[in-house]
Design a protein around this ligand. Structure first.
Ligand SMILES: [Zn+2]
Length: 352
């Protein structure tokens, strides 16, 4: 059982401003993650928040919620939100959400019948969510320590309970059908602790912990997604550079989790390379080793666009998936709106 305190809502995050170079180590969070475009979805009006509050159940156990909507949309219709998260911090800033907001968002979505799946599940239509429930995709961009931190205690490593992964797993312990299903779109060579969830002691994270974090996520069932080497604006560079940025990001994932098939790619800044096809497929030859790394993605994530259509919708384009920025109380507003207009995707009664 839990209560949702809408009055405590805080939220902001969006695409990372183009550093066009590795972010400076000492760059402030607010600067390094400055928003480059306005959110597509406007923050909730107070009336929306009231609507959400009124719709919340008074209690919710660990078991599946049923009857999320009296009138279900047709099976192939309805929006399936792909949420985008960057930093999870102590303060609200343009590109961050507070830990309180993150906790609140999980509780809010759960109470309204949402259950998480990965991007890979979405594009494969492998939606292992009970009939009557609403799938939702969380995507985490940029691999900051705020998403997945370790704390060293007496020689052993513990997941920072205040990092997003720690918060997620704690929520799952009391809500067992909230599975470890989310997609982490990672940088592997950025500075300022944006290299596989932290390095060089930044924010207390050691470089040698990085691979262990990726392996843990994989083992749990989270999806590993490539977000390039260091977040360059791919539109500004020649084809060879674009392919190097993407391939080296993938190569780094393979170093941490050998043989892992990376299926999803998130465009830095949501910007396509001049040669758009190179976002999906390409190759790079390491000049030092001669080894060629090839990539061929099944899903490409953009930055904005609002809630995605569901993968059964004929208009769904896996190589151009819209995302919904988790900022301010936008998700509260979205949840209310999808229910009010009956335009959210609900898993139909009969399994596919
Ligand atoms: Zn990013």
């Amino acid at each position: 059982m839990f209560n949702v305190a809408l009055g405590t809502l805080l939220c902001s995050c969006s695409r990372v401003a183009d550093p066009d170079q590795p972010p400076a180590t000492n760059r402030s969070t607010a600067t390094a993650f400055a928003m480059a475009e306005a959110p597509v979805e406007s923050p909730a009006a107070s009336g929306d928040a009231a609507t959400v509050h009124a719709a919340l159940p008074t209690s919710s156990g660990a078991g599946p919620v049923t009857a999320v909507s009296a009138a279900l949309p047709a099976a192939s219709t309805g929006k399936l939100p792909v949420l985008m998260v960057h930093l999870v911090t102590d303060t609200d800033a343009l590109y961050t959400i507070t830990k309180a907001r993150f906790r609140h968002t999980l509780a809010l979505l759960y109470a309204h019948g949402y259950r998480p799946i990965t991007v890979a599940q979405m594009i494969d239509r492998r939606i292992d969510v009970a009939p009557g429930m609403r799938p939702v995709v969380f995507t985490f961009d940029d691999a900051s320590a705020s998403q997945f931190g370790y704390i060293e205690k007496n020689g052993s490593l513990q997941i920072d309970p205040e990092s997003a992964v720690g918060i997620w797993l704690a929520f799952a312990r009391t809500h067992p059908d909230w599975k470890p299903r989310a997609t982490f779109c990672m940088l592997s060579g950025a500075e300022a602790g944006r290299s596989f969830f932290g390095n060089k002691g930044i924010e207390g994270q050691k470089t040698e912990w990085r691979f262990r974090k990726l392996q843990f996520l994989r083992d749990q069932g989270f999806e590993l997604c490539n977000h390039t080497l260091w977040h360059a604006n791919l539109a500004k560079y020649p084809d060879a550079f674009v392919q190097e940025q993407i391939a080296r990001g993938q190569l780094a994932i393979d170093s941490a989790v050998p043989g892992y098939k990376v299926r999803t790619f998130a465009l830095p800044l949501g910007v396509w390379p001049k040669n758009r096809a190179l976002a999906q497929r390409g190759q790079w030859r390491d000049p030092k080793t001669g080894v060629v790394t090839r990539y061929n993605y099944d899903a490409i994530l953009e930055v904005a666009g609002g809630p995605s259509v569901n993968p059964f919708d004929p208009s769904f384009k896996p190589l151009s998936i819209r995302r919904f920025n988790l900022q301010h109380d936008a998700v509260d507003s979205l949840v209310a709106r999808l229910e009010r207009t009956n335009t959210g995707y609900v898993v139909p009664p009969l399994s596919r």
